[in-house]
Write a protein that binds this ligand. Structure first.
Ligand code: HXC
Length: 520
């Protein structure tokens, strides 16, 4: 019988063995690809010394293809909990050094265990993905394991924040777990996601395409929108997750945490009074406005590279986290199209699910016209954003900066969509459409009858001026109470902060139902 001291030594030896995952050679191979190991990633992600590991001694139970002779302590995924800035988070980190991070029955059980505990405790789950997918030798057990995880992702959605980092391969059905989470982050040139890889793509469709072009970070951040964040390396990605956690509450029953703010709440910024160009067709960068009004100019943009005509992200106002949605005049004049509508709708729904107030900055000329948009379902997709705003019960503050035309005016968190505070700058133009379009429709017949070109131009000009006088201002909407106040741009930060303070106790509900039927 060994002494208790020997037993402790044995424990330490087992722990050290588990920590080596698939062994030193495979760790070297992982490093040679510029990638960290599963444990190194956890070390960067969590507060120093806070990680408590579960299931370090788990091994698989498979006996197919001689696998009973190939066992690794922990079975290819490191799981447990720790803290980020002192707040509890649950983590799983797939270990590529063990059979390519492939998912076995026991591997899935480990992930399910942390997800179940996270739900009981009410804490975020962060999953780091680096895996060859289903462990081929385990057959249907592996497929079942994925489905167990998917079901938990679905149940946790809207209850605890779920964040996925992709730091290697993530292929086949495995992609659906990250896709079910709130945020997906990918590292440039080293992570990829696809349902079917380049080889199968070539066989089935004849298309010859590289891994990077099919499912790399750039593709998913700019084209598909699957990835919310593209980072240059893993270190940057893990630090970004730490930052993201600062803006979200632990769960849907808590509010986001207000932190101390050293940026004056009544800081006025005179530059805002002149930021809107004289020419209504001239673009400007709405991110300059965001930087001016938020605490310390800190803005964590989400989906930076996707649907750039709308900007979404997190910031703080007097230390209070808020989500910002802003049309971007600098890109496609800030028009709403299919992608922008989907991007913003998903963000609004995240904020609403997790009690994060929404600040909307409006400068939108309308919806993008054309057959491409109509065939692609701009009706259904635009309705997503409309639905998301109308359903949201968190504090909603809308500031109309310049244009707010037509259906897009209604969609962008207008008063009737239960907007709590709807402010406008004096430069706001709230109307059914812009002057040019309106006069073409209203006066088209008359204009075509004028023969003298000079007279024609003058007539159009006069009519446009008349229209502008009537509608290209915020006062027509303010007259009906659709705009609560017309504010001086330089006071915007203060007005938002006071609004958020006032609305902090806001209570609003939707009628009881099983769930809504958002136009998917
Ligand atoms: C078992 C696997 C594995 C897998 C990799 N390995 N993938 N073992 N099941 N799915 C093992 C390899 O045999 C190898 O073991 C080690 O992991 C490292 O793999 P390499 O191929 O040497 O690494 P690399 O060259 O970097 O290539 C990585 C890879 C490739 C691109 C991921 O391994 C690969 O294509 N794997 C298969 C991917 C796949 O088709 N998976 C199934 C997807 S379908 P040794 O001992 O030699 O080091 C799926 C369905 C999910 O996942 C359904 C959910 C609903």
């Amino acid at each position: 019988m060994s002494s208790s001291r020997e037993k402790v030594v044995q424990l330490i030896e087992l722990r050290n063995k588990a920590k080596l995952g698939g062994g030193e050679k495979r760790i070297e191979a992982q490093h040679s690809k510029g990638r960290l190991t599963a444990r190194e990633r956890i070390d960067v992600l969590l507060d120093e010394g806070s990680f408590e590991e579960f299931d370090m001694f788990v091994t698989h139970r498979c006996t197919n293809f001689g696998l009973e002779n190939e066992k690794y302590l922990g079975d290819g995924v490191v799981t447990g909990h720790g803290t980020i800035d002192g707040r509890v988070v649950y983590v799983f980190s797939q270990d590529f050094t063990v059979m390519g991070g492939s998912l076995s029955e026991t591997f899935a059980n480990k992930i399910c265990k942390v997800m179940d505990q996270a739900m009981k405790v009410g804490a975020p789950v962060i999953g780091i993905n680096d895996s060859g997918g289903a462990r081929i030798q385990e057959g249907v057990m592996s497929l079942a394991g994925y489905a167990e995880i998917f079901q938990r992702n679905i149940m946790a959605s809207g209850v605890i924040p779920q964040i996925s980092a992709i730091f290697g391969p993530c292929a086949g059905g495995a992609v659906y777990s990250p896709a079910l989470t709130d945020f997906v982050l990918m590292a440039d040139q080293s992570s990829y996601m696809f349902v079917t890889g380049p080889k199968v793509t070539k066989t089935v469709t004849g298309e010859d395409i590289s891994t990077e072009d099919l499912g790399g970070a750039t593709v998913h951040s700019a084209k598909s929108g699957v990835s919310h964040f593209k980072v240059s390396d893993e270190q940057e990605g893990l630090l970004l997750i730490r930052k993201l956690i600062q803006y979200v509450p632990q769960n849907n029953l808590e509010d986001p945490i207000q932190t101390e703010c050293n940026d004056s709440i009544d800081r006025v910024d005179d530059s805002l009074n002149d930021i809107i160009p004289e020419n209504p067709n001239q673009p400007y960068d709405v991110k300059d406005i965001i930087a001016t009004i938020v605490d310390n100019s800190e803005f964590l943009e989400v989906h930076t590279h996707y649907a750039k005509n709308i900007v979404v992200g997190f910031a703080k106002f007097n230390g209070m986290p808020a989500g910002i949605v802003a049309n971007q005049p600098n890109f496609l004049a800030g028009v709403l199209d299919i992608e922008a509508s989907r991007k913003a709708a998903r963000f609004v729904r995240f904020c609403d699910a997790f009690n994060i107030p929404i600040i909307t900055l409006v400068d939108v000329p309308g919806f993008l016209p054309g057959s491409q948009q109509e065939y692609g379902g701009i009706i259904t997709n635009g309705a997503k954003l409309l639905f998301a705003y109308g359903e949201a019960t968190v504090p909603k503050i809308t500031i109309t900066l310049r244009k707010s035309y037509g259906g897009a005016h209604d969609v962008m968190s207008c008063k009737q969509l239960r907007g709590d505070l709807n402010y406008a700058w004096p430069t706001a133009e709230i109307a059914v459409m812009g002057p040019k379009g309106a006069i073409e429709i209203l006066e088209g017949k008359k204009i075509s009858e004028i023969e003298d070109p000079r007279e024609k131009v003058k007539y159009i000009q006069d009519k446009e001026n008349e229209y502008k006088e009537k509608f290209a201002n915020p006062y027509e909407a303010a007259k009906y109470g659709f705009i609560d106040d017309v504010i001086e741009p330089r006071n915007t930060r203060f007005r938002i902060i006071r609004g958020l303070q006032t609305l902090a106790t806001k209570k609003d509900t939707n009628p009881p139902k099983k769930h809504s039927n958002i136009p998917l």
